[in-house]
Design a protein around this ligand. Structure first.
Ligand code: 1GP
Length: 238
């Protein structure tokens, strides 16, 4: 099975915008994001995500046709009505709580109601020690190339996760390392997110990763963020 044909909706995703329910986005920017030609909008954030702000953002996105997935990091934001649900497992977290502990607690509580056919796990490898998610999970971010590739293989071969998420949130990462991680995969897709804020960075990320995720730039530099869609779509993997 090639990475482009794994199960789940993301087999064809090249570009994704990630929107944070805890941040303010104008109707104008939201409309531009939803009509940009991106493959999907991912809703998720590390802190301050509540049921109410998640429902609110989903209902605003639903005015458009763009597919929309929830990246569910807490039971607080378990909102029905998304097309898909992605559950992060932070593989290089300091404690098992972030790998499988919280996920098991959530399943104990909501497992009978979860839309299992629309739910997938993402194997996160967090590589920016300044990222909020790194602080929260105590992720061991100082990995050698061999260690980062080992996490990618562990997710792809041992755990058979459909997504390996190379997370540099807030900073543009090492694209050589991202590419090495992608090359190690046999069925999973490699998502890259972190500091992609203009077309040039988007092209570099799109050469390295199957799927490029753009988050902060939507809020900080909307014009640059919107330019990443075409840049990614016109770039081939190296
Ligand atoms: C965050 O990977 C995403 O989870 C995107 O990162 O916000 O830095 O674009 P940025």
């Amino acid at each position: 099975m090639s990475p482009e044909h794994n199960e789940g909706p993301f087999g064809s995703w090249r570009h994704v915008f990630k929107l944070d329910p805890d941040r303010t986005i104008t109707d104008e920017v939201l409309e531009a994001v939803c009509l940009s030609g991106t493959d999907a909008v991912l809703v998720g954030g590390t802190t301050g995500v509540t049921y109410d702000n998640t429902v609110d953002l989903l209902s605003r996105i639903r005015r458009f046709e763009v597919p929309c997935a929830l990246e569910a990091s807490s039971t607080e934001a378990a909102v029905p009505g998304f097309d898909w649900y992605l559950i992060p497992m932070v593989l290089n977290a300091a404690s098992a709580e972030w790998v499988a502990g919280r996920q098991a607690e959530a399943i104990a509580q909501y497992g009978s109601f979860m839309p299992w056919d629309a739910t997938w796990a993402e194997g996160y490898v967090i590589l920016n020690d300044g990222a909020e998610a790194a602080r929260l999970t105590g992720a061991r971010t100082e990995l050698t190339e061999a260690e980062a590739v080992a996490y990618a293989r562990l997710a792809d071969r041992l755990m058979r996760l459909p997504v390996v998420y190379c997370e540099y949130s807030g900073r543009f990462g090492d694209m050589r390392l991202v590419r090495r991680m992608r090359e190690a995969l046999t069925q999973a897709r490699l998502f890259y997110g972190g500091g992609v804020a203009d077309a040039g960075q988007a092209r570099l990320a799109a050469e390295a990763a199957h799927t490029v995720v753009v988050g902060n730039a939507v809020y900080d530099h909307p014009a640059g963020a919107l330019a990443t869609v075409t840049a990614v779509k016109q770039t081939a993997l190296l």
